[in-house]
Ligand binder design. Structure first.
Ligand code: HEC
Ligand code: HEC
Ligand code: HEC
Ligand code: HEC
Ligand code: HEC
Length: 420
C-alpha cells in the first residue's frame, strides 16, 4: 500500500478516482467525458491522486502563466495590433494549445491551466534552443523521474532522465528574439555556471521535497515534490540566496560604505528571466539622532533597448522589438559583487548606515499607479565604528540578549530558592 501513490493522503483519493474511473460518475471528471488515459487530461484529474502536488502547482506561476493579468494585458495589446504574433507567446504560456486538434473544446480548459501537469508529464524530448516546437510530447504515458511498476496506477508511467536535468526547463526558459537579442537566458546562464559541472540542475533548487518523505516512505525516502517552483517572488528564498555584508568607514570628509553582495545560492544570474525584474540596493546614512543625511541607490538589472538607445519597459515590446542590451550588471552564480558608495559629508556626522536590498517587479499593467511591486529581501544597520561587519554586530547583539536572558533566569531561580 505504501508505495501505491507518491502523494501523502493517498488512499482515499485513489479509491475515489478508481471508483470514478470504474463508472460511478465518470462524466464528472475530465472534460465531461470518460477519462481516456490515452489523451491529455486536465490538472483536476491528476488532483484526485496527487493532491499535494496539485495544491503546490496551483500556487505556481506555471498554473497562471496564461490567465495572469500581467500576461493577459500585454498579450491583448499584441492581439489587437498584430494578431498573428500572439501564437509565439502561447508556445510557452499556453503550451497545450499546440497539442490539440484545431477546434478541440478542451483548449479553453487547458488555457485556464497554463503550464499544466499533462504538458510537462507527456514530454518525450526537449531542446533548450532553436525553433518551436521545442517539446515533443505523447499523451498517455506519464514520464517522470522515477518510473513505476506497470499496473500500479491508472496511467502508465515511464522513467525519463530528461525530468531530472535542466534541458527539460530550458525549452521555455531560454529565448532569443528575431534580432538575436537574448530575452530569457536562465538556462544558458545556468549552463555556463559551475552548477552544470556539479550536476546541480534546476530541479534540485526548484522542485524540492515537499516535506520529510521518510514519514510516508521510510525505505525509498520519496515523497511528493513541491511544484510551486518559487523564484524571485519568494522573500525567504531571496534572503538566503543573496546575503549582504558591509562596512562603514569615515575618511576625511567622506563616509565610505563598502558592500558585498553575494549570489550565494542562485543557480543562474540574479535577477534572471524577464528583464522587468530587478534588485535595488538602497543605502541611507544616518546621524547620531537618526536623521538621514545621505542616500544612494544601485540598481542591479538588465535593460534592453529599441535600437536607438531608448529603454523598453513593456513586456510585449521587450519580447518583440528589443534590439540591444543597454545595461547588464546582474550578479553571476557564486559571484561576489563589491559596491563602494562614497558620501560627501557636510555638517552631519554619520553614526550608522542602513542598507536595504529589495526585489522589484515592474507593474505597468497590473497596478498602473504603482510603478513597482517591492519585495523587501534584507535590511542591515551598519555602525560607523571600525567597520564591523553587520553579521558580527548581529551576533554580538544576539549574544548580549542571550546573556541577559540567562542572567534574568538565574536571578529568578535564586529569588525563588531564597523564598522557599
Ligand atoms: C487514479 C489515480 C491517479 C490519477 C488520476 C493520476 N495518477 Fe499519476 N500516479 C498514480 C500512482 C498510484 C502513481 C505511482 C505509480 C507507481 O509507482 O507505479 C503515479 C505516478 C505518477 C508520476 C510519476 C512518474 C515517475 O516516473 O515518477 C507522474 C509524473 C504522474 N503520476 C503524473 C500524473 C498526471 C500528470 C496525472 C493527471 C493527468 C495523473 N498522474 C493522474 C496515480 C494517479
Ligand atoms: C513545469 C513542468 C511541470 C509541471 C507543470 C508539473 N510537473 Fe510534475 N514534475 C516535473 C518535473 C521536472 C519532475 C521531476 C523533478 C525531479 O525529480 O527532481 C516532476 C515530478 C513529478 C512527479 C514524481 C515525483 C513525485 O513528486 O511524486 C509527479 C507524480 C508529478 N510530477 C505530478 C505532477 C502533477 C500531478 C502536476 C500537476 C498538478 C505536475 N506534476 C505538474 C515537472 C512538472
Ligand atoms: C511550457 C513552458 C515551461 C516549462 C516547460 C517550464 N516553465 Fe517555468 N515558467 C514558464 C512561464 C511561461 C513562466 C512565467 C509565468 C508567468 O508569470 O506568467 C514560468 C515561471 C517559472 C518560475 C517563476 C519565476 C518567478 O518569477 O518567480 C520558475 C521558478 C520556473 N518557471 C521554473 C521552472 C523550472 C525549474 C522548470 C523545469 C522543471 C520550468 N520552469 C519549466 C514556462 C515554463
Ligand atoms: C542553485 C539553486 C538554483 C538552480 C540550480 C536554479 N535556480 Fe532558479 N532560482 C534560484 C533562486 C534562489 C532564485 C531566486 C533569486 C532570484 O530570482 O535571483 C531563483 C529564481 C529563478 C527564476 C526567477 C527569476 C527572477 O529573477 O525573477 C526563474 C525563472 C528560475 N529561477 C528558473 C530556473 C531554471 C529554468 C533553472 C535551470 C536552468 C534554475 N532556475 C536553476 C535558485 C536556483
Ligand atoms: C520561450 C518561451 C516564452 C515565450 C516565447 C514567451 N514567454 Fe513570456 N515568459 C516566459 C517565461 C519562462 C517567463 C518567466 C520568466 C521569469 O519569471 O523571469 C515569462 C514571463 C513573462 C511575463 C512576466 C509575467 C510576470 O508575472 O511577471 C510577461 C508579461 C510575458 N512573459 C509576456 C510574454 C509575451 C507578451 C510573449 C509573446 C510576445 C511571451 N511572453 C513569449 C516564457 C516565454
Amino acid at each position: 500500500m505504501k508505495r501505491l501513490s507518491p502523494d501523502s493522503n493517498r488512499i482515499i483519493p485513489i479509491l475515489a478516482a478508481f471508483a470514478l474511473c470504474m463508472g460511478m460518475g465518470m462524466d464528472r471528471i475530465a472534460f465531461g467525458g470518460p477519462v481516456d488515459p490515452a489523451t491529455y487530461q486536465s490538472a483536476t484529474v491528476c488532483a484526485g491522486c496527487h493532491p499535494e502536488i496539485y495544491r503546490t502547482w496551483l500556487s505556481s506561476q506555471h498554473a497562471t502563466a496564461f490567465t495572469d493579468p500581467s500576461f493577459q494585458l500585454p498579450y491583448d495589446r499584441i492581439r489587437r495590433s498584430t494578431p498573428g504574433k500572439t501564437l509565439a507567446c502561447e508556445r510557452c504560456h499556453n503550451p497545450m494549445r499546440f497539442l490539440l486538434a484545431p477546434g478541440d473544446p478542451r483548449a479553453a480548459i487547458f488555457a485556464q491551466e497554463g503550464v499544466t501537469c499533462d504538458f510537462c508529464h507527456s514530454v518525450e524530448s526537449a531542446s533548450a534552443s532553436g525553433p518551436f516546437p521545442r517539446y515533443r510530447t505523447k499523451p498517455g504515458i506519464k514520464y517522470g523521474p522515477r518510473g513505476g511498476k506497470p499496473g500500479k496506477s491508472f496511467h502508465l508511467t515511464k522513467f525519463s532522465r530528461l525530468y531530472i536535468v535542466s534541458d527539460f526547463c530550458g525549452g521555455c526558459h531560454e529565448f532569443k528574439n528575431q534580432f538575436g537579442v537574448s530575452i530569457l537566458a536562465t538556462y544558458s546562464e545556468w549552463a555556463e555556471s559551475f552548477y552544470r559541472g556539479e550536476g546541480v540542475h534546476c530541479q534540485f533548487c526548484h522542485l524540492p521535497q515537499l516535506f520529510d518523505a521518510r514519514f510516508i516512505d521510510p525505505v525509498g525516502n520519496k515523497g511528493p515534490l513541491d511544484h510551486a517552483m518559487v523564484g524571485g517572488h519568494s522573500r525567504e528564498r531571496l534572503a538566503r540566496a543573496i546575503p549582504v555584508r558591509a562596512t562603514l568607514k569615515i575618511s576625511g570628509s567622506e563616509a565610505v560604505l563598502r558592500i558585498q553582495l553575494k549570489n550565494e545560492l542562485v543557480g543562474h544570474k540574479t535577477p534572471s528571466g524577464i528583464p522587468t525584474h530587478r534588485l535595488r540596493l538602497a543605502s541611507t546614512l544616518f546621524d547620531a539622532s537618526g536623521n538621514p543625511i545621505g542616500r544612494k541607490d544601485e540598481l542591479i538589472e538588465r535593460v534592453l533597448g529599441d535600437g536607438t538607445g531608448k529603454p523598453l519597459e513593456k513586456p510585449e515590446l521587450i519580447f518583440t522589438v528589443a534590439k540591444e542590451v543597454l545595461k547588464d550588471n546582474r550578479i553571476g552564480p557564486k559571484e561576489t559583487r563589491e559596491i563602494t558608495q562614497v558620501f560627501q559629508l557636510g555638517n552631519g556626522k554619520p553614526a550608522t548606515a542602513e542598507i536595504a536590498l529589495t526585489y522589484e517587479l515592474a507593474t505597468p499593467d497590473i497596478a498602473p499607479g504603482l510603478r513597482m511591486i517591492e519585495i523587501p529581501i534584507s535590511r542591515a544597520v551598519i555602525p560607523v565604528k571600525h567597520g564591523v561587519s553587520a553579521v558580527i554586530v548581529a551576533l554580538i547583539a544576539l549574544a548580549a540578549v542571550v546573556a541577559l536572558l540567562a542572567a534574568a533566569f538565574f536571578l529568578r531561580r535564586r529569588v525563588a530558592s531564597t523564598e522557599t
